[in-house]
Design a protein around this ligand. Structure first.
Ligand code: ADP
Length: 482
């Protein structure tokens, strides 16, 4: 890796303001999914190191929460500025460990930084309340207080942004945090910790622990000092973590799996719908929890939409994300490719037709061809499972009611998209979709200023926006006799 500032590449964990190895001395190799090369190693930590990080976060809490919001904001602002100042290095690091094209990594660093900036400002606006009392000799005041020591467990698909949208509001609110990044992408997390240290975030306020997911997760969820867990990842692991948090009654925020419908109605602007589908489906090689997972197209425009989409997909360039012009990197690992192949085999065995792509890419490794498959039906696994790969399954529907029923026929409820121009339909469909996020005539919905999160099995809580900081606050009500 060619970094302007090589000190951003750290192979140790950051606990209580110290850079440390695992007690056991054992480390884990991190590989570049585009080349299979080992990039470096990170400590394989477990419960003991995690406990020390939690204790450091607890020790740092009183002084950090006692600062004014403006004082905390000044340090967070500095952290934000450092992310942007090192955007290029952080992007190279991210592409090397995650695989996404460099342009997307640059975009993610800007997006990641935006959460720190937003919440630094929002921290100043944590207003309490006064409530007209129920008795003449009483006064009621509501205070909003930081929850305390928080934990974050984050995934590999957005190695920086999934951290800052938890750490940003937590730190701005006056909480301290222990972060366990995904094992596949720890270097982005450790680089963020380097910059947090440089920004003057005090020791213990933010720690990053890498290693065994179950051991670290076990401690983060069992330790009574931790008052809140924020998790982004699969529904399966999310449920397990909620269960583990139950014994100590922790608050949890869960950003889990999705099964996003992307509906194209007869009255849609088809070119815009194709652009939206490209952005929503093929970004990050299809590995986002808000990627279009089921593309539902109305009869009258089905063939035209499929043809236009295929023409656009043909312009995608698969390769190493560090190379110029590459739009689609590798999938994160072999398991991800095998899953995509299984889903495709299931669909074609039941009569679906591959319009373009459909195979492992000639580059080998975990590269997969951008794919479109038509004739997909609710009986196929594509209807129920998150694909997490560059495959667009096209379903056909006849009526608005049928589209809504198909869209909602899933346990998930994170993001949904639709393209239509009729104003009545836009309202009807927006209200009928059981999703936390609805993109209308757009395929891009992520921004730090809006509340991101899901309904049903897609999770609880919201990240970003004025609502995002609430997840890190407790309400305390003072009842005063006068
Ligand atoms: P994905 O399928 O996207 O990798 P996971 O839910 O498996 O999603 O992983 C998301 C995060 O959860 C990662 O940081 C991973 O290491 C962590 N994780 C996986 N299993 C556990 C577990 N048993 N306890 C705590 N964290 C876990």
């Amino acid at each position: 890796m060619n970094l302007t500032d090589p000190s951003l590449f750290r192979q140790q964990c950051y606990i209580g303001g110290e850079w440390v190895d695992a007690d056991s001395g054992v480390s884990i190799a991190v590989t570049n999914p585009a080349t299979g090369e080992t990039l470096g190693r990170v400590p394989r930590m477990g419960a003991a190191e995690t406990r020390r990080a939690i204790e450091a976060a607890n020790a740092a809490l009183p002084a950090w929460r006692a600062l004014t919001a403006k004082e905390r904001a000044a340090r967070l602002r500095k952290w934000y500025e450092l992310l942007l100042a090192h955007q290029e290095d952080l992007a190279v690091l991210m592409t090397s460990e995650q695989g996404k094209p460099l342009a997307e990594s640059r975009g993610e660093i800007a997006y990641a930084a935006s959460f720190i900036e937003w919440f630094a400002e929002e921290g100043k606006r944590i207003y309490g309340d006064t409530i007209p009392a129920h008795a003449a000799d009483k006064r009621i005041v509501v205070l909003k207080e930081p929850i305390g020591v928080c934990a974050a467990i984050t995934p590999w698909n957005f190695p920086a942004a999934m951290i800052t949208r938890k750490a940003g509001p937590a730190l701005a609110a006056g909480c301290t945090m222990v972060i366990k990044p995904a094992t596949q992408t720890p270097f982005s997390a450790l680089a963020l910790a380097v910059l947090a240290e440089r920004a003057g975030i005090p020791r213990g306020v933010l720690s990053v622990v890498t290693g065994g997911a179950a051991e670290i997760g076990g401690e983060l969820t069992a330790n009574p000092i931790v008052r809140k867990l924020s998790f982004t990842g699969s529904t399966e692991i999310g449920i397990k973590l909620i269960e583990q948090c139950a014994a100590t009654v922790k608050k949890t925020s869960m950003e889990l799996g999705g099964n996003a419908p992307f509906i194209v109605f007869d009255d849609a602007d088809l070119d815009a719908a194709v652009d939206g589908a490209m952005a929503s489906k093929y970004r990050n090689a299809g590995q986002t929890c808000v990627c279009a997972n089921r593309i539902l197209v109305q009869d009258g425009v089905f063939d035209a939409f499929a043809a236009k989409l295929a023409a656009k997909v043909a312009t995608l360039k698969v390769g190493n994300g560090l190379e110029h012009g590459v739009t689609t990197g590798p999938l994160i690992d072999e398991r991800a490719v095998a899953k995509v192949e299984e889903l495709l085999a299931d669909a074609t065995a039941q009569g679906a037709q591959v319009l373009t792509g459909g195979r492992r890419h000639a580059l080998g490794g975990s590269f997969f061809e951008p794919t479109i498959v038509a004739g997909v039906t609710p009986a196929m696994r594509f209807a129920r499972e998150e694909i997490f790969g560059p495959v667009a399954p096209l379903f056909r529907f006849a009526t608005e009611a049928e589209a809504i029923a198909l869209a909602n026929d899933t346990e998930f409820g994170l993001a949904a998209y639709f393209y239509a121009r009729d104003l009545g339909r836009v309202w009807r469909v927006s209200e009928a979709l059981e999703y936390g996020i609805v993109g209308i005539n757009t395929g891009l919905i992520s921004t730090e200023v809006a509340p991101f999160g899901g309904m049903k099995s897609s999770g609880t809580g919201r990240e970003g926006s004025k609502y995002g900081i609430e997840d890190y606050l407790e309400i305390k009500y003072l009842c005063m006799g006068i």
